[in-house]
Design a protein around this ligand. Structure first.
Ligand code: PHE
Length: 339
């Protein structure tokens, strides 16, 4: 009897299985009521009583081990099976929520892209500036009201450390380092000490443009800006230049485009004039060139500056500038772009 038990034990130990079905067959073969172990149990009943104690212990131990062994085999396959089930590759994937670009970034990228096609590259300058780069080198007279505490956020007085009020300061930074030809745009954030309302904010964004070379004329400026307006607002867009004043350009102008909403017929966006102002521009004042040691006899140039918020508001008919800074997802999600 003991030999038979040992033989069956060895037989079971050698078993390997490849599938859950095979494991189930083994269970039936060894553990079921008519299985091989049950046969031994039946035989055990017939042996003489004095052997029962010894044989019984061995048989019980073998039975327990065999049961564990076979059940483990089954369990292994059962697990693999459930794993396979949870990885159903035909199911649609779980959706990942994608963010979207901020409307100001979309329009900034579009502006950069349009001017890149005309050969303009991009340069940047610091937001924290000094009086020289924001005002003096741009030909602002000493007592000019734009330097006033009302407009400018000063960080320190004497020597002046301030937040730039326009991106024209980057013109100066670039002219200091680079000799003509210069054909660049400067996108960036600017700061003005203004009360926040639907139309104005104390932080906003501008794109400045600068082109300096021999024989650059006002006609070049006009054609460049016309191209920009049509690319940005559509082929039908017309432009109008009105004489204006900036200390750093002479002559200076402000540019209007035909109203994007009514196409020039008159509506409340253009205040019934058919035109909306979008930027300031002009020929770089010779003083400004000389401040940066560029020969104003040899070189001429034009500059322009526009507010990105303003362009974006016109393009998407947004009525309140504060929306750009609130970061309400219901607002920003509405803008989709490839750029
Ligand atoms: N810097 C001017 C502004 O902030 C815009 C401008 C730039 C005008 C360049 C002329 C030339 O209003």
């Amino acid at each position: 009897m003991l030999d038979k038990i040992k033989a069956l034990q060895d037989e079971i130990k050698k078993i390997t299985v490849q599938s859950a079905d095979e494991a189930e067959h083994l269970r039936i073969k060894y553990l079921s009521k008519k299985g091989k172990i049950s046969e031994l149990v039946n035989e055990f009943r017939t042996i003489p009583n004095e052997q029962k104690r010894e044989v019984g212990q061995v048989l019980n131990k073998m039975k327990a081990e065999a049961t564990d062994f076979i059940n483990n085999l089954k369990a292994e396959f059962a697990n693999t099976k459930t794993d396979e089930k949870s990885e159903d590759f035909t199911l649609p994937g779980s959706l990942m929520k994608l963010g979207s670009r901020h409307p100001l970034s979309i329009v900034r990228n579009e502006i950069v892209d349009i001017f890149a096609r005309l050969g303009f590259n991009v340069a940047e300058g610091p937001e924290i500036e000094d009086d020289f780069h924001v005002f003096t080198a741009l030909n602002f007279p000493e007592e000019h009201p734009a330097r006033d505490m009302q407009d400018t956020f000063f960080i320190e007085k004497d020597p002046d450390v301030l937040l730039r009020t326009h991106t024209s300061s980057v013109q100066v930074r670039v002219m200091e380092k680079q000799r003509p030809p210069i054909r660049s745009i400067f996108p960036g954030r600017v700061f003005r000490n203004e009360a926040i309302s639907a139309r104005a904010h104390c932080i906003f964004h501008q794109v400045e443009g600068l082109y300096i070379d021999e024989n650059v004329s006002f006609a070049d400026l006009k054609q460049t800006l016309l191209y920009f307006a049509k690319e940005m607002f559509g082929e039908k867009t017309e432009i109008r230049l009105r004489p204006s004043y900036f200390p750093f350009t002479e002559p200076s102008a402000e540019m209007d485009i035909s109203c994007t909403l009514c196409g020039g017929k008159g509506c409340n966006v253009c205040k019934y004039t058919g035109w909306v102002e979008i930027l300031g521009c002009g020929m770089v004042d010779p003083h400004v060139l000389e401040y940066s040691n560029i020969d104003s006899e040899k070189y001429t140039g034009f500059a322009f500056g526009m507010g990105i918020e303003r362009i974006t508001m016109l393009k998407y008919q947004i009525k309140d500038i504060r929306l750009f800074f609130e970061n309400d997802v219901r607002f920003v999600e509405q803008f989709k772009s490839a750029l």
